[in-house]
Ligand binder design. Structure first.
Ligand SMILES: NC(=O)c1ccc[n+]([C@@H]2O[C@H](COP(=O)([O-])OP(=O)(O)OC[C@H]3O[C@@H](n4cnc5c(N)ncnc54)[C@H](O)[C@@H]3O)[C@@H](O)[C@H]2O)c1
Length: 437
């Protein structure tokens, strides 16, 4: 009999996992403590923006294989395998991750586990969490019931979440028994040939943080080169192109610009440093402090460049900001470099109007103090400076002539090195970019 799956925590990760597993043929019950989110999901309404996911969600609901609830009792009774996908944000005022949602999920679920089952952590957690939660699970489960824990970190990328879930490049499973390994191999069997790396708990937890630390380092490496290029009047775009032909280096994650943000990389590298400190291995990760600092300096540099173009001060200056999401094809504004820059310029006296194709509602809720335009043209109307901060395709394709007629002065800072400098300059724009002359 195929396993019945539950997915606890239906955010960017959980909704995708639940809907895709239902698409693969499993009966899936999703749970969240946010009742409004659950109501919307049961109505086939996606509470986030993720390309292709709404169709998979609706297909699941229509097939009868996918449902959502707020009842842990129902989830406990339903599932053979429970995937835990709750948030693990950065703690307020600290580098460490807040794993209290993870603990809360285990505490809520354990008393309702009535039979043999596997609880699988998918969230990104500090190494050591899985071992601690396994003890907690065993302690809180009803007498005579012995649920087992496994760790199965998730590598999906927002914007490509469905594809990444159905065609993962690898699956990592941290287990303490052959039975747990067998169950997870069966669950992922419909995905076909995918490399599966079986590890202990600690290694599985670390693979995820190590992957994010590597990606963050690669981005900050090229952004550090951009800083040097700025000082030496060199061109980081040409530099990264030349580096990318070396297949030991590769071109991905090598685009200099405003740096990384979002709900994962920044908080994950900070949590990694905090955890290494607790383990007495902090020296091993001191370089991540620099990775973080380089990344944050790009935002400051962006503000400086914009101020320079504004004539030395933002007082009385109108700034049109293109982009609010932390990256294109997402509505996620968590630690978004674009919004960070927009807010800082606002604080420094600039009249900022922001436009984003998808993330406007989220941005408006988080930053009601900013102005928002209904289109790119509206956001830049009358602007003294335009900033491109998220490389949405519709911004990359903007016609410099059409935009030029809307602005007060043709000045643009390309925070993502996404535009063709020559095209914009020949349309009369003063074009500046990070890391380029
Ligand atoms: N978003 C991504 O691209 C991505 C990729 C890989 C890994 N991750 C990791 O996955 C985890 C979840 O990330 P996310 O982006 O989906 O976060 P999210 O904030 O979008 O979703 C988390 C969900 O958990 C729910 N929740 C909180 N406490 C709960 C509880 N006690 N019981 C049930 N539900 C609860 C929240 O209401 C929310 O809907 C994080 O650890 C993150 O680092 C995320």
């Amino acid at each position: 009999m195929p396993y019945r799956l539950t997915v606890i925590g239906t955010g960017y990760l959980g909704i995708t996992h639940a809907a895709c597993m239902a698409d693969l043929g499993f009966d899936v019950l999703g749970l969240d403590i946010d009742a409004d989110k659950i109501r919307r999901l049961n109505n086939g309404e996606l509470p986030i923006h993720e390309p292709g996911l709404e169709a998979v969600l609706r297909r699941g609901l229509e097939s009868g294989r996918l449902r959502f609830t707020t009842s842990y009792e129902e989830v406990g009774a339903f599932g053979d395998v429970h995937f835990v996908c709750v948030g693990t944000p950065q703690k307020q005022g600290e580098y460490a991750a807040d794993v209290s949602y993870m603990d809360a999920a285990i505490e809520s679920l354990a008393p309702y586990l009535g039979r043999e089952c596997l609880v699988v952590g998918k969230s990104t957690v500090p190494v050591g969490t899985a071992g601690r939660l396994a003890d907690k699970l065993a302690r809180l489960a009803p007498d005579g019931v012995q649920p087992e824990l496994a760790w199965n970190p998730e590598f999906l990328r927002e914007g490509f979440a469905v594809k990444d879930t159905l065609n993962p490049d690898r699956i990592v499973i941290g287990v303490r028994s052959e039975r747990a390994e067998k169950v997870l191999r069966e669950v992922y069997q419909p995905l076909g040939e995918v490399p599966i790396v079986v590890t202990d708990f600690a290694t599985a937890e670390l693979v995820k943080t190590a992957a994010n630390a590597f990606l963050a380092t690669k981005i900050s490496f090229i952004n550090a080169m951009a800083e040097v290029c700025e000082a030496a009047h060199a061109d980081v775009k040409q530099l990264s192109e030349a580096l990318s032909y070396d297949d030991r280096i590769g071109g991905r994650f090598l685009n200099a610009g405003l740096g990384f943000g979002g709900g994962c990389l920044p908080k994950d590298i900070r949590a990694f440093m905090a955890r290494a400190g607790e383990l007495g291995a902090d020296q091993a990760l001191t370089f991540l402090r620099e990775v973080d600092a380089i990344n944050m300096r790009r935002r400051a540099r962006m503000v400086d460049l914009a101020r320079e173009l504004a004539g030395g001060s933002f007082q009385g200056c109108t700034v049109g900001v293109l982009g609010a999401a932390f990256k294109p094809n997402s509505d996620d504004i968590r630690d978004s470099p674009a919004l960070d820059v927009a807010v800082t310029i606002g604080h420094q006296g600039g009249q900022v109007t922001v436009y984003d194709p998808i993330a406007l509602d989220n941005a408006r809720k988080a930053h009601p103090e900013l102005r928002y335009g209904a289109s790119a043209l509206e956001a830049v109307r009358g602007a003294n400076v335009v900033l491109l901060l998220t490389e949405w395709p519709e911004f990359v394709e903007l016609d410099p002539e059409v935009l030029g007629q809307a602005v007060a002065t043709r000045k643009i800072v390309d925070g993502r090195n996404a535009l063709n400098a020559e095209t914009w300059r020949s349309a009369g724009w003063h074009y500046r970019a990070l890391g380029r002359p």
